[in-house]
Design a protein around this ligand. Structure first.
Ligand SMILES: NC(=O)C1=CN([C@@H]2O[C@H](COP(=O)(O)OP(=O)(O)OC[C@H]3O[C@@H](n4cnc5c(N)ncnc54)[C@H](OP(=O)(O)O)[C@@H]3O)[C@@H](O)[C@H]2O)C=CC1
Ligand SMILES: O=C(CO)COP(=O)(O)O
Ligand SMILES: [Zn+2]
Length: 347
């Protein structure tokens, strides 16, 4: 068997616990991280959370609205001008992605401080940046440190927490797609990283039974699942264990309907439909999402039925090199409509 070079990018240190954001100064000196520091964040998170960090360490702050190339360039210019030494991503997936991609391009250290458990980009050395050609993740910098404060993460709006569960249950389909690609196309399949991603999905399903009763414990379980799914991506050297046809559907809707739902909400609904096509436990996944109040229909997503159907028909074109259950030719309009109808996504 030919052994090609395989590089594994993992975080150096993960800090997780209650109220730990106030210990950021200790963590930084433990790791030998010195300023100037640059915080990349969004306007809501700046207002709600960033002052907790500024109380402990001096840092410049820059706000980003979107995870696109213009915002990356803006951050890079600022970082160069202010000679930033460490770039901190503080916020949801977008702020973290812009920070980690800028750190990668500038070869600076990156610290991930998630404020919502809404995505598994917290750990992954990949970033979804718009304007680079395709609406999929690109190689970025692995975090030197992750500071996951459960008090902060569980104070995020419930919709964001539910989105994280949606992003994580998606791994059930992603791993099936990966196995299929290995069988039909001889693609490399990493048993260990696939198992790790599946373990994350199992934790997320379990989380749906706990989170309504014990929010903080549920969020802790979820954050661990998100972190280990990111580790799976870092070990695989690609997003393959964490992204399959359910993500292709989500990316397709994001392209057709940019101001639409959260990433994890779309992945959750995509998982229901792709699990149906795979012939696996789609009803159980749907029930789990309903249990936590996550969207399972086009109406709840706020997306027109036609966009859902259109997205199903174009999903296979987004990443043609990544083989999935959608095959090379994808779904016809009639079959897409049937899938969406039979799974209750449209009525
Ligand atoms: N790199 C990777 O491997 C992965 C990347 N992603 C990417 O991540 C993005 C999705 O991330 P997601 O977090 O859903 O979306 P956003 O980053 O857009 O966050 C959604 C909203 O939540 C707000 N927010 C975040 N934390 C809090 C909080 N504690 N309290 C109140 N509001 C808060 C943000 O505010 P503000 O306006 O301040 O930002 C923003 O308005 C997508 O671009 C997706 O492609 C997803 C999975 C993996
Ligand atoms: O969202 C992701 C994993 O949850 C990343 O996947 P993509 O490579 O499809 O952007
Ligand atoms: Zn995702």
């Amino acid at each position: 068997m030919e052994m090609r070079e395989h590089i594994i990018s993992l975080p150096e240190r993960i800090f997780i616990g209650n109220g730990i954001i106030s210990r950021i100064d200790e963590y930084f000196s433990e790791l030998g991280l010195t300023g100037p520091f640059l915080i990349v964040t969004g306007s809501n998170v700046r207002r709600l959370i960033v002052s907790k960090i500024l109380d402990k360490i001096p840092a410049d702050v820059i706000e980003v609205q979107e995870a696109n190339l213009d915002e990356v360039r803006k951050v890079e210019e600022f970082a160069k001008k202010h000679e930033s030494n460490v770039i901190l991503g503080v916020g949801g997936g977008k702020a973290i992605d812009v920070a980690k991609f800028s750190a990668f391009e500038l070869n600076k250290r990156f610290v991930s401080i998630p404020t919502a458990p809404s995505h598994d980009g917290i750990t992954s050395p990949f970033a979804a940046i718009k304007g680079l050609g395709k609406p999929i993740s690109m190689k970025a910098k692995e975090p030197t440190a992750i500071i996951a404060d459960i008090d902060v993460l569980s104070s995020a709006p419930r919709r964001l927490i539910n989105a994280g569960i949606g992003d994580t249950v998606g791994k059930i389909v992603a791993v099936r797609d990966w196995r299929l690609a290995a069988k039909l196309r001889g693609e490399y399949y990493g048993d260990y990283t696939a198992s790790l991603a599946l373990l994350s999905a199992r934790h997320a399903l379990n989380c749906t039974k706990i989170i309504n009763k014990d929010l903080k414990y549920g969020v802790r379980l979820l954050v661990e699942a998100l972190i280990s799914s990111g580790v799976a991506m870092g070990m695989a050297g690609s997003t393959r264990p964490a992204s399959g046809s359910e993500h292709l559907f989500a990316h397709a809707v994001e392209m057709l309907y940019p101001e639409g739902p959260l990433h994890g909400e779309l992945v959750g609904v995509g998982t229901i439909m792709m699990a149906y096509i795979h012939g696996i436990k789609w009803k159980e996944i749907r029930k789990a999402l309903i249990r936590i109040g996550a969207p399972v229909t086009a109406k709840q997503l706020g997306v027109p039925d036609e966009i859902i159907i259109k997205a199903l028909t174009i999903a296979h074109t987004i990443r043609p090199e990544r083989y999935t259950i959608l095959g090379d030719r994808g779904l016809t309009w009639a079959s897409a409509e049937k899938v969406a109808r039979n799974t209750g996504v449209i009525t």
